[in-house]
Design a protein around this ligand. Structure first.
Ligand code: DQA
Length: 145
């Protein structure tokens, strides 16, 4: 099974940005944790991060016919991007939305997610473990088919 993990804007600043909200783990250590988790489960994984909406759209489109599952934390684009929603709908790859923080209990503008309508599940507020939970969910779903 091939899984694509996509992180949107400012997630490359993990460990530096607002540690009281997002924790002290760096982006590099998050990627290491994801890669080790996938290796242990014999899953192929590719991780991608961009601060640019169009690049994220391009990456989702390129996943068509290549990846079996997507884990996405679109960062702030969660709350604004119809383009990411449309891209996910276009490729129709099972996708899990992840947020490190509990977005639904934060500012009102964070409580809208455009991408959610194209996702099979959403995991929020579990810190970076949410990415691993999302990967497991996709793998279990694929195994059950
Ligand atoms: C986030 C929550 C978003 O509101 C924010 O813009 C982020 C990170 C999270 O992982 O909790 O960049 O997606």
């Amino acid at each position: 099974m091939k899984i694509l993990v996509i992180n949107g804007p400012n997630l490359n600043m993990l460990g530096i940005r607002e540690p009281d909200i997002y924790g002290c783990e760096t982006y590099a250590s998050l990627i290491k944790k994801i890669e080790e988790h996938c290796k242990a489960k014999s899953l192929y994984v590719e991780c991608y991060q961009s601060n640019h909406e169009g690049s994220l759209v391009d990456k989702i489109q390129e996943a068509y016919g290549v990846f079996d599952g997507i884990v996405i934390n679109p960062g702030a684009y969660t709350h604004t991007s119809v383009a990411l929603l449309d891209a996910l709908k276009a490729v129709s790859i099972p996708t899990v939305e992840v947020h490190i923080s509990e977005v639904d209990k934060r500012e009102g503008f964070r409580q809208t997610s455009y991408v959610r309508a194209a996702c099979i599940a959403t995991i929020t507020g579990h810190g970076t473990d949410g990415y691993l939970e999302a990967i497991d969910l996709l793998a279990e779903r694929a195994g059950a088919k």
